[in-house]
Write a protein that binds this ligand. Sequence first.
Ligand code: GLC
Length: 475
Amino acid sequence: MKILYVASEAAPFVKTGGLADVAGSLPKALKEKKQDIRVIMPLYWSISDELKSTMKKETEFSMDLGWRNQYVGVFSTIYNGVTHYFVDNEYYFKRDRIYGEYDDGERFIYFSKAVAIFLKKINFKADIVHSNDWHSGLVPLYIKDFAKGDPFYQDMKTVFTIHNLKYQGIFDSFILQDIGGLSDEYIVEDGLKYYDKINLMKAGIAYSDALTTVSKTYAEEIKYEYFGEGLEGIIRKNQHKLTGIVNGIDYDLYNPTRDNYISANYDFQTIENKSKNKRELQNLYDLPKKDVPVLAMVSRLVAMKGLDLVVHILDELLQEDIQFVVLGTGEKKYEDIFNYFQWKYSDKLRSRIYFNGKESHLIYAGADIFVMPSMAEPCGISQLISLRYGTLPVVRETGGLKDTVIPYNKYTGEGTGFSFENFNAHELLNTIKTALQLYEDKGVWHRIIEQAMKSKNDWGKSSQEYMKIYKRLKI
Ligand code: GLC
């Protein structure tokens, strides 16, 4: 099948969140299934020169954008066997940031329209155009709109995936016509109208032929107000075409037996080596080299990730004989709190307020317990990496966390981690304490590690589920 996979970010080119991990690994898995899948994303300024130097120019054309006429250059490179296209326009993408610019609406309308036109320019008659999150939410609409007058687009089917409803792309209504060149007929309740504005996430939900999100539980949760973020109505209306497919991770990229970023490679047979990584982590972060349980968080420091729960119990938790490392950036109030606690508990807590991919690997390998008490979590990638590295996750039972971490059951011995149900700080604390007690019982602890490391969270099964949807649409 011919598939164009559209995303605003993809690893290793540009990454601000989990979408980049998915866009960097699912296409590779589908390519291995012998599909002609190609990826398209903007040519951001921040892509490294090393990666840019591998790109060659594919085509260029000019495109109407409302009353303007804009240049579209497209570059390409092959990465992991997958052709990646990059839409080039310095006016839109030579910026300091990926998102958060004053004209994001215009930037991503430009990108979405360019993608739709590009298909025809290179005569790539895709069976499926698969776009993701609000940045490419207009792609299904453009394809439907173009199909009205152009047979080239008539058999193309669109899939849209919601990665996180928290970010929706809400803009002034006039830009749909003024910039996007699309008629007002789409600004209706069943379309992309959102109060007196337009909502690009809603466009993806309304106009795609199939809709997916990144776990089964999240697919249920978003039909209701607490998780629906104001879109529960349109989601319920479109639930007949909605499927939850849990994300996988790239098992080549996250592989404790071969990872170059860690001090000692290991698998379950050589699990003693894991402690060498713990020493190295303690060394790097200047923590006492003691055999105490090391807890870790690698996360954006925002409310959605459950930071309020962590902050609430931090004093109490740090009374225990543990160490705790935090890596990530986010809201200033959380950064400040972690810095304060690092001062107060200087031999126990390390807050590393930045992001560093290499260091994150050492944390996944060196820590014992991974803390992820999210308020909402469409899928979550970090708990999957933790499982693979035998670092037992403590999670709240929501979205993908609920679907991927099996809570330890002391009667049957089953489980790959620990979980709690309510968004309550002491439920989190008690769950961590249960884990800390079991840490002392090496027999049980190793058994859970073994189960965690053996749980399968690669793309094998989930890429198959995407294929099923693609095939169903083609008939
Ligand atoms: C978003 C979600 C996260 C998910 C990721 C990839 O970042 O917040 O839960 O894992 O997208 O789908």
